[in-house]
Design a protein around this ligand. Structure first.
Ligand code: FES
Length: 418
């Protein structure tokens, strides 16, 4: 039983015309997983089955057509009564997609750019077929909704991200009387402290900061005649936030290590599993293989066990996943041997890859530290751009406590930096 509170569902949604139970307000992707449906769509080229992986709008594996609008992140879209979901890129259905034959016929990949190139007639036919098959989803059913013009605001300091480091920074700034705003896309603060894989030592949720603006999703950093501004989506409306200084604390993305069939539905990032359990009371399977980085895997296994699940293959190196349409077993390495372990979900533990995109846009340098790309900054969060500071996991993996400390240090430095 994936839902730890079975009575939690309170609305009905529609998936490819069939009714499914869901819980109002939780990400609709989570509702589908809780209802036992990990298959969300098919991939663009080889029509391989797709399911949610990161639950953080960072992998695009959960895109579906929602209420007639294509390519919607279902891991970020709250479920509500009557919501219509359609799986994309499949004919006649995602379970039995005839175009999946492409994956069988070209097991070593296909160079569609040169296929039939130079062959009279065939190349023209191929161009038409490729055009029909290319792209993801279909155009919306109707015109988009009218939106109000962008709102404009000017601040001195914007903290992007209300996770542990962002909130710790905000508290340090408040203590010092430094005016600022904190932009948080979720409806709660605390990030990893609130839903991450539990740390080996206890972690307290950060104290709330009155400067946090919830539901503020920063899309990027742009420039116009008025200077540089953050493009922020807030309540379906664009906010152009001109900030003289930025402290970026947007954490990291969960990478997906390379192993065979690592894209099968039912394979999730460890932090996605942790989020489903801790925020939404959903266990994505009964027998869950928790592979990858041993420390995080062991801690997640403890959480799964405490909810009545059965963690297997804990901390072992994944070699290949198996399953038709969704994962049903995983091959792992143990003491030089390969063994196959049956499971109904896989959680992949790994150190996060810094979400450096915004800092990079802001003028910070991004460097390879031997294992991953990180934002280059000194111990106080200063980057190559004098108006851009970073904290938390932006400069590499760290514990929640270290993340808080980095946030505080960056805030203190900001106070002293005009
Ligand atoms: S983007 Fe939604 S699961 Fe990754």
């Amino acid at each position: 039983m994936p839902r730890l509170d079975p009575a939690a569902t309170d609305v009905s949604i529609e998936l490819d015309g069939q009714p499914w139970p869901a819980k109002a307000g939780e990400p609709v992707a989570c509702s589908l997983v809780a209802a036992g449906e990990p298959l969300f769509s098919r991939s663009v080229k080889y029509h391989r089955p797709r399911g949610a992986y990161c639950f953080a709008a960072a992998c695009s594996s959960c895109l579906m057509r929602v209420d007639g609008v294509p390519n919607v992140f279902t891991c970020r879209t709250p479920a509500r009564e009557g919501m219509r979901l359609e799986r994309q890129n499949a004919f006649p259905s995602a379970r039995l997609d005839v175009f999946a034959v492409t994956d069988w016929v070209f097991p070593n990949g296909m160079n569609h750019h040169e296929m039939f190139a130079g062959v009279p007639v065939a190349q023209d036919v191929m161009a038409v077929v490729a055009r029909k098959l290319a792209g993801l989803g279909q155009l919306p059913d109707g015109p988009g909704i009218e939106r109000e013009p962008a709102r404009v605001e000017h601040v001195d300091l914007a903290v992007v991200g209300g996770g542990v480091s962002g909130v710790a920074a905000s508290q340090a700034l408040l203590e010092r009387g430094v005016d600022h705003v904190v932009l948080e896309r979720e409806s709660f603060i605390g990030g990893r402290a609130a839903y991450g894989v539990p740390e080996s030592h206890g972690v307290e949720l950060p104290l709330p900061s009155p400067r946090v603006r919830f539901g503020h999703n920063v899309m990027g950093l742009f420039e116009d005649g008025g200077g540089r501004f953050l493009a922020v989506i807030a309540s379906e409306r664009l906010l152009k936030l001109y900030a003289r200084r930025l402290l970026i604390t947007v954490g990291s993305h969960p990478p997906l290590p390379a192993f065979g069939n690592n894209d099968l539905p039912g394979i999730y990032a460890a932090r996605a599993v942790s989020r489903m359990i801790r925020r939404h009371r959903v266990l994505p399977g009964q027998r869950i293989a928790v592979v990858g980085e041993p420390g995080e895997a062991a801690r997640l296994a403890g959480l799964i066990e405490s909810c009545g699940g059965e963690p297997v293959a804990v901390g072992l190196e994944p070699v290949a996943a198996h399953g038709l349409g969704e994962v049903s077993a995983i091959e792992v390495k143990r003491q030089g041997e390969t063994l196959k372990v049956a499971c109904d979900a896989v959680a992949v533990a790994s150190n996060g890859s810094p979400a450096f995109e915004l800092a990079r846009q802001g003028g910070a340098r991004v460097v390879f530290d031997g294992a991953r790309f990180v934002v280059e900054a000194d111990g106080d969060g200063r980057t190559a751009h004098p108006g851009v500071f970073v904290a938390g996991e932006q400069t590499g993996p760290c514990s929640v406590r270290e993340s808080q400390e980095r946030g505080r240090r960056a805030a203190i430095t900001l106070e002293r930096t005009p």
